[in-house]
Design a protein around this ligand. Sequence first.
Ligand code: 9MR
Length: 454
Amino acid sequence: MTRTIRGGRGRLRLAVTLAAVSAVAAGAAVALASGAEAGSTLGASAAEKGRYFGTAVAAGKLSNSQYTGILDREFNMITPENEMKWDATEPTQGQFRYTGADQIVAHAQAHGQRMRGHALLWYQQEPGWAQNMSGSALRSAMMNHVTTVAGHYKGKIYAWDVVNEAFADGNSGGRRDSNLQRTGNDWIEAAFRAARAADPGAKLCYNDYNTDGINAKSTGVYNMVKDFRSRGVPIDCVGFQSHLGGLPPSDYQANLQRFADLGVEVQITELDISGSNQATAYANVVKACLNVSRCAGITTWGIRDSDSWRTGENPLLFDANGNKKAAYTATLNALNGPGSTVSTPPVSSPPPVSSSPGGGTGNGCTATVSVNQWEGGFVATVRVTAGSSAINGWTVTLPVPSGATVTGSWNVTRSGNSWTNVSYNGHVEAGQYTEFGFQATGTASGLNPACSAA
Ligand code: 9MR
């Protein structure tokens, strides 16, 4: 019997932690898990499958060395647990505050981790001033919030939870009542359009709980996503929170797959699992993701059991002392097991103006690049494919077009025109590939990568 934990008003609401933490040392990006053997950490093993492994992070814990030690060794994606929510980022209407969120982004950038933004609009954790609003005044405040916060983090976010938990529990398959919903049923698509305009390079997700199997609620979300895709509303991904109380539902993978078949990326966004079969349950979630080629990655909702919102349920991968649990080993083993090659769609809109403009075969490897260009900037994704032998390191020579400035990169170390593997993605099996990417301002013209194996 599986039990799915419901979110909702009854849950513990902790104060948003905005205490100052000591500034994270700036400087050169440090590769994730440097020195780690491939396949020996969650992030490295997920990266070998072209996926990420992330966790929710609280800014107030970044000064705890046990916490950051595990974070930077194991995880290559970060979601702020509370710091990007509406009450944290716009406590007074029109006055934006990014203290805690900026600390987390700085940490991620200094440690080669990517960011999931969470969440632009949610009926919970609305600041008091918004809770008291309605109608067109609220709608315009909502859109201003989306535009301003997504704009502040433009170029720094892999995927945004644009809208969180907008569907009702139970069998209606319809929307949840809230003051956001009462501004008109089109509030969700309006939010996605505003987010796309503010940060065209970020993947835009809808995120919810109790949507982990095929049920009335997940079918309601499915129908919305299908409708959005057919009408060109910019949605790129769906987040499945997966707050589980045992094994995932038996149709967990089938549910991920039906969303993936709509052309969106799927992500496990807030995984935590209680119960005696925890290790098996974690392994099953990982296997389901690896079996769905558009499942881009998994995020656990905290690091140690003592960091969890589910006090006393010990639902995470590390115990309160930071030790790896059996569930950790099961998760790592599943990540190192069989799995599909990841293939996640690029952001849906605006359409790429150029794609695979060039490719170069060199010493033992080939590099190709695909580009998502928008007015003023682009994201380039570079695929490094090994030749007929496995390679143990690679460098791609790829000059940045004149007039373009790189604002961020992932899964790579850059020195001028040379882009070199990091510790966890240098080894590529014969005929297999790994990907890195960067975001830049300017125009992606004449990108012609050349690859050489170490
Ligand atoms: O883990 C978060 C906790 O610290 C907050 O007090 C709570 C506020 O409602 O939100 C928790 O995170 C939630 C997430 O933002 C959305 N999905 C459900 C998560 C658990 O409640």
